[in-house]
Design a protein around this ligand. Structure first.
Ligand code: MRU
Length: 364
């Protein structure tokens, strides 16, 4: 049984999420009954990971609408009121975390769905719930396709070191991009799953991913749970590891891919891309097309979320830094497209042309 970050049942809609702040020690599900619950859970990172955030927000509004709670009787009076309510709640949810584009993308698509529904308030709500539920189902299928395409690309393109067998690779990953960050299967971790199920994986190295430890708390948990051969390293060990062991590819997820391919992902991704280039390992971004933002021209235009200094000065509740020290805590960094070899999506793998440019418009 694979791990599930999001538990959802329809009729009546009910949503629970795995509290990722308690992992790996405790597996506790918490109910999400309103958009306020979802906003708070996303902001505090009870749920995190770009696709998971978008789906939880979308389903929270479905629950709110379907449970008879949420909208006042005025909002149920007419289709216009129902549409305005949906727009307002989505605009609110989008503000919870700024860097991952999936939530804004989902909100835009869901607004278009309710705008296109010409019937009563009830049918507007019905169409909304149906579309939000479809996002949950589609995400797993998309991740399986990312996994398949990404694994094929790595096997076809990664260098084969001396004494190594073609078709058997070791990889390094950063942050958590698995079942816990998505509706299931995962993106970068989906590629690793696909390599493993095809008997093409020799080993996975996962970084601790300071300051929030998504690697040691969540990715390591998933890898152990799914019995995928893996070793945890601290973020500072990546260069040393790659100088001593043959790593075919560094595989990471994305919070926002700009139109030119520059990619915002968990802080520490950029330095791994530099290390990968130096050691001749492929650097692969795994992302659903919902993470590609064609409206953002390049990485310079991506807003980077800064998080509380406590995430750096403390590990969990234990203070590890000198009291009074200043803290710099950007949650994400931007890897320039020049350092990225491939962007694996559910629609196929994008690589750069001879001029060094990605053409991501072909996916839309
Ligand atoms: O701050 P987080 O834990 O939400 O950051 C998550 C990441 O950076 C992931 O790599 C990204 O969201 C892709 S998840 C499939």
């Amino acid at each position: 049984m694979s791990l599930q970050a999001i538990l959802y049942t329809s009729s009546p809609p009910a949503l629970q999420i795995l509290d990722q702040l308690k992992l790996p020690h405790e597996s506790v599900y918490v109910p999400i009954r309103t958009c306020e619950d979802a906003y708070d859970a996303i902001k505090r990172m009870v749920v995190r990971g770009a696709p998971a955030i978008a789906i939880v927000a979308a389903l929270a509004l479905a629950v709110e609408l379907g449970s008879g709670g949420g909208p006042s009787s005025k909002d149920k009076e007419s289709a216009g009121h129902a549409r305005a309510y949906v727009h307002g709640q989505l605009d609110y949810l989008v503000q919870s975390r700024p860097t991952a584009v999936n939530l804004a993308d989902a909100a835009g698509k869901l607004k278009a769905v309710v705008n296109a529904e010409a019937g009563s308030a009830e049918t507007v709500v019905g169409r909304y719930v149906e579309a939000a539920e479809k996002m949950l189902v589609d995400d797993v299928k998309d991740n399986e396709n990312i996994g398949r395409f990404g694994a094929e690309w790595i096997l076809g393109n990664a260098k084969v070191g001396e004494g190594e067998v073609k078709g058997r690779v070791a990889v390094l990953t950063h942050c958590n991009t698995g079942s816990l960050a998505t509706a299931g299967y995962g993106t970068a971790l989906g590629i690793i799953r696909s390599l493993h199920s095809g008997s093409n994986l020799t080993h996975t190295y996962c970084t601790e991913t300071r300051p929030y430890n998504q690697g040691s708390r969540l990715t390591a948990f998933e890898l152990v749970h799914d019995k995928i051969p893996a070793t945890l390293i601290t973020d500072s060990m990546a260069s040393s590891l790659m100088s001593l062991k043959s790593i075919a590819a560094v595989i990471v997820g994305a919070d926002r891919v700009a139109a030119n391919g520059d990619t915002a992902n968990k802080i520490g991704t950029y330095q791994l891309a530099i290390v990968a280039k130096y050691h001749g390992a492929k650097f692969v971004v795994a992302a659903p097309t919902t993470s590609i933002d064609m409206k953002t021209a390049s990485g310079k235009d991506i807003v980077i979320e800064h998080r509380p200094g406590k995430e750096v000065t403390n590990v969990g509740t234990v203070a590890t830094a000198a009291r009074g020290i200043n803290v710099y805590n950007p949650s994400f960094d931007v890897t320039p497209k020049d350092l990225i070899d491939a962007i694996a999506t559910e629609k196929g793998v994008a690589v750069k042309n001879a001029a060094g440019d990605f053409d991501l418009s072909r996916f839309f």
